[in-house]
Design a binder for this molecule. Sequence first.
Ligand code: SF4
Length: 176
Amino acid sequence: MINKILVSACLMGFKVRYNGSAKAHLSAQLALWQQEQRLVIHCPELAAGLPVPRPPAEIMLADGKDVMHGQARIIENSGQDVTEQYQLAAWLALRTAQTSSCSAALLTEGSPTCGSQFIYDGSFSGVRKAGMGVAASLLSENGIAVFSENQIAELIAWIEEREGQKISPRKGDYAG
Ligand code: SF4
């Protein structure tokens, strides 16, 4: 049985980021997984009804886990509190992953929703900090293995371990 992967829509070339851009990272490996119907393409923020474009938002002095536990807020650069919308985005990502039988997620790094290794610190000055976004955190807490686009090699190894077969890395998969 194949391990299905929830993947950030912007990584697949959809222009759904806050600024109307994609973060296209469609590698040969992702193309192959898409052919195998292994990928479930999803944008949590769009699913929660946020528009494109939308103001940038950051987690204030905390991380996605704190937001999901009601201990921190997400604020747009205008000062608008959008915590509830982002919490909904996280729950919708989890529901999509669970109803689609995804065991892993490949999410865009740095986002207050999808970031898994780092997010921005809430100062809107481009300062990174270690931590997860709201969806990455909720997925991880619910047993879904979360990887960023910088961890394609780790995701390949994770799949190989579970499926017991070698996946030949495709050219261009490690562009970071
Ligand atoms: S919520 Fe995730 S999938 Fe949607 S634009 Fe942001 S990083 Fe991409």
